[in-house]
Write a protein that binds this ligand. Structure first.
Ligand SMILES: [Fe+2]
Length: 505
């Protein structure tokens, strides 16, 4: 009998009483297919707590989303689907805790470029999920890359490893985006990961188009690609079909920003710094007070989320790095490194307008809100820049002196997207001199790694939050090794990064 569930199963957006379950039914004729589902307390699916039937239709690309409620908090569940007498793979998921919560452990990822490498980091996170070591995956975006297989001039081609994008051209239509998500969902490591633990998915630009903003993208020409609004709607629709995501606002298919409470332990606030922002602009325009990376609705929500949170920690899931990565007149090899990593403007003469550096007034308004509101114990988790970075956050890090930081920031390296050793063609560790210069140039940066790929492992309790940067040994082949490259802890009440590189227990 043919496997109807070619893309496996997934779960996401867990809450204390529910978690979204996902699958896809592969049928050649496009007809509606009734799909039975069940959730149980045991892997044999005999201790069933919920079951039902939904219909997979061509309208939603035969993807299936089920949102069973009435589940118990902080509990592991197993689930599966069945259609036409064929059973899906078994999925495992976990609800969020509520009330008094002692501890949480989760993985953080961003930037999984299919044609740049194998998703070995996802396999390692799935290993941890199999051991009950992590509660969920927080994906900060660039879950897919909608880009063309052959990058435009000026962008680095990847190594040829036999994983070309499908389709080869950049995604523009709904069918393009669906095809790209399908390719990702079929990847063995990602398929395994999705069946292993719930995903909380954010958004960066590559799910939409390179350099996306509210009115367009670097990689969008209306004369060639048609209206941006149509492309944006297609990208959001395919994302909603192929990811296990629940709309934070049922009336708004483009809303990503949302809060994820972990009882009294932490409030995760997840933002979208791409789809609602003003156009990134170089030069003096970056200092225009009226420009926004978040848009007014999301910004008001974020400030209120920080102010009203009563949990021990406020964890800002922020797709694109918050801290500045630019300083004028840096020496070689740092200058080349920053250019290659796109941590400055393309000519090196100013900061990169594409990230928070390009929206400095709004960034300062948010940090001023933390400062004036005495909003403490804020940890910013970031991605997008493809390199590991640990930094202390000041309104102006260059004049901060001995002032206490307002927050700390931990940026995860990419799952696969090229960073400095890939671009300059040397082995891991070859960027040591440039990394040391970065720490000299940027007083807020405590640690940087320009070469590793992997994930950030966050372990948080009421006393401290610990971040460990786990790197895989290779991305150009399927490979099973990983190592902890560094670790920092931050204690409640003190926004400082404390070196904590010990053998993890
Ligand atoms: Fe990326």
């Amino acid at each position: 009998m043919p496997d109807l569930f070619t893309y496996g199963v997934a779960s996401g957006d867990p809450l204390p009483d529910r978690v979204l379950l996902w699958t896809h039914v592969s049928v050649p004729d496009g007809v509606p297919v009734p799909v039975e589902w069940c959730v149980a307390r045991n892997p044999l699916l005999t201790d069933v707590v919920a079951r039902g039937t939904v219909v997979a239709t061509a309208e939603h690309d035969h993807t299936v989303h089920v949102d069973p409620s009435g589940l118990a908090p902080a509990t592991t569940y197993y689930f599966a689907f069945e259609a036409r007498g064929v059973a899906s793979a078994l999925g495992r998921t976990r609800t969020l805790p509520t009330g008094l919560v002692d501890r949480a452990r989760f993985a953080v990822t961003s930037c999984a470029k299919f044609n740049a490498g194998y998703f070995n980091a996802y396999d390692r996170i799935a290993d941890r999920a199999d051991q009950g070591d992590v509660d969920f995956l927080l994906h900060l975006g660039d879950y897919i890359y909608g880009a063309a297989n052959t990058p435009p001039a000026g962008q680095t081609p990847g190594a040829e490893i036999g994983r070309p994008f499908d389709p080869l051209d950049a995604c523009v239509t709904l069918d393009d985006y669906r095809t790209r998500y399908r390719q990702y969902a079929a990847d063995p490591a990602l398929r395994r990961l999705r069946a292993s633990l719930p995903t909380i998915a954010g958004l960066d630009d590559q799910e939409l188009a390179d350099g996306a903003w509210s009115g367009g993208a670097d990689d969008h020409d209306e004369a060639v690609h048609g209206p941006w609004s149509a492309r944006l709607a297609a990208a959001f629709r395919a994302r909603e079909e192929w990811l296990p995501v629940r709309r934070p606002d049922p009336s708004d298919p483009s809303r990503v920003f949302r809060a994820i409470p972990l009882g009294d332990l932490a409030d995760i606030v997840l933002t979208d710094a791409r789809s609602r922002r003003d156009q990134p602009l170089p030069g003096a325009a970056m200092l225009d007070q009226g420009r926004s990376a978040l848009g007014h609705q999301q910004r008001a929500w974020l400030l209120d989320a920080f102010s009203s949170s009563t949990a021990a920690w406020r964890v800002w899931a922020n797709p694109s790095v918050l801290s500045t990565t630019y300083r004028a007149d840096v020496p070689e090899p740092l200058r080349t490194a920053l250019l290659e990593l796109k941590l400055t403007a393309p000519d090196g003469s100013q900061c990169d307008p594409d990230r928070w550096d390009g929206f400095a007034p709004e960034r300062d308004a948010i940090l001023r809100h933390l400062e004036e509101g005495v909003v403490a114990d804020v940890v910013v988790l970031s991605g997008d820049i493809h390199v590991g970075l640990a930094a202390e956050v000041h309104r102006d890090p260059f004049t901060a002196g001995t002032a206490e930081p307002l927050a700390v920031e931990m940026a995860t390296a990419s799952v696969t997207s090229q960073n400095l050793d890939d671009k300059l063609g040397y082995a891991y560790g070859g960027s040591a001199a440039a990394q040391a210069q970065l720490l000299e140039a940027l007083p807020h940066a405590q640690w940087a790694d320009f070469d590793g790929h992997g994930y950030l492992l966050v372990d948080v309790d009421h006393d401290r939050l610990r971040g460990e940067w786990w790197f895989v040994d290779d991305v150009l082949t399927p490979s099973g090794g990983e190592f902890c490259a560094n670790a920092y802890e931050v204690e409640r009440g003190l926004a400082r990064l404390l070196p904590a590189m010990t053998t993890p227990g």
